[in-house]
Design a protein around this ligand. Structure first.
Ligand code: SF4
Ligand code: SF4
Length: 159
């Protein structure tokens, strides 16, 4: 969850880049549930308490392959350290690579508006919950299937 391009917010929020070597959706779900419990028990209402939440684990530590900071509230996945939910203050600095973009995001920002909208529409039509979506962004499956479909349409229009 880096620079909040539209892709990072679809399907209830993406956490594809908030971890690595995911073993299974179930294990990711368990980790996020535990993170959310930790968050609720600290109930961070101040910057100091948010830092307390963040610093309960080292930056390189992962829980089932998942960052200790990603949580779920009201069905949405998000990072409480992100400036977008933290009055512009970025508490992720020195904790994760705030400039990281997944392969899909890197390509997406180079596309023209029409192609971007087609991709967003393609994603919205898929029945994916936030974890399926995150894992498919992480492994680039959505990008690859979209590009294959676009290629197919292109070749059919040349017939
Ligand atoms: S995996 Fe890609 S789309 Fe998902 S939050 Fe990270 S950069 Fe955004
Ligand atoms: S600190 Fe936040 S944005 Fe960075 S990897 Fe962890 S959950 Fe994701």
């Amino acid at each position: 969850m880096v620079r909040m391009i539209p892709l990072c917010q679809l399907k209830g929020g993406c956490m594809g880049c908030c971890g690595r070597n995911y073993v299974s959706k179930e294990e990711v779900k368990v980790a996020i549930l535990q993170n959310t419990k930790d968050f609720d028990s600290i109930n961070p209402q101040t910057k100091a308490k948010l830092i307390k939440f963040r610093d309960r684990a080292q930056p390189q530590e992962l829980r089932n392959g998942v960052c200790f900071n990603i949580i779920e509230q009201k069905g949405r996945l998000f990072c409480p350290l992100h400036p977008a939910v933290n009055k512009g203050v970025d508490l992720r600095i020195n904790h994760c690579d705030v400039d990281f973009q997944c392969r899909t995001a890197k390509l997406f920002i180079t596309w023209d508006k029409n192609r971007q909208e087609r991709f967003i529409d393609y994603i919205q039509k898929k029945e994916l919950d936030n974890l399926d979506y995150s894992l498919e962004m992480d492994n680039s499956h959505l990008l690859d299937s979209f590009e294959a479909e676009e290629k197919e349409k292109g070749s059919n229009s040349n017939l």
